[in-house]
Design a protein around this ligand. Sequence first.
Ligand code: SF4
Length: 270
Amino acid sequence: MGIDAPRQTGQLIKIETDRRLGHEWDEWDGTPLDNGGNFAAPVRLYFGFTAVGFALAAALLAGGVYLLAPRLGALWGGLPGALYYSIGAGLLLALAWLALIALAVATGRSLLPERLAERGLFLRTLHLAWRTGQLFGVRRDWTGHASVLVYDRLALARRRTVSADELLILIPRCLSREALDGVLAIAKRHNVSAFVATRGQLARRVIRERRPRAVVAVACERDMVSGIHDVAGRVPVLGLTMTLPSGPCKDASIDLGRMEEFVSKYLGKT
Ligand code: SF4
């Protein structure tokens, strides 16, 4: 069924795709995933790696200025010093921003406008966090989980509400039968449309064409981080990550209580 079909609630609208499934896991070697595919991680992982990432970026820039100092100095004697100063000030500003995000997460209050938080600047740090984590040997799934937690807390603090026909539930094709039935039951109970999108890119297309005012999305950490990165600036999203006991892209389970909580929050029922 195409995505222009009339709205259906509590029913599954399956969207076919011609692209390969689960590309985020192309490099998986078939071995069991860490911790049975449950990547639950504390938010400090996001904050720690983002802060270190900021410091590394500043050090790289300062190193570049150091190497080019003779040439820069030939242009203007004070230029290298001014650049060092700007890099230091930029780092302090970035760390101050991160501290404000941490405070917002800890207090559950919106301290910054959306564009300076979860629907703007925060999105630009998602890749930095997991890439920095990888430098220290931490798989991107763990950092991704922590990042999605931070994102959700910032988004929930907005206390945004929409009507049932403005909300969309997006689920991947890898859910176990039990999880899928659970999601459909929630969708039916709240009269909300649910879509299964077989690829992250297709999920983005559904959002573009259906134009919901809010989305509850389910995906593994990898797909969720890239999806939030691409979509959250345009439409508010709450992200629910999964457990992958059978490895990636198969029989995934989710916390259905959390899913119901997200839907209820958007509908102003809690
Ligand atoms: S959401 Fe599911 S199908 Fe998509 S990449 Fe993740 S594990 Fe694979």
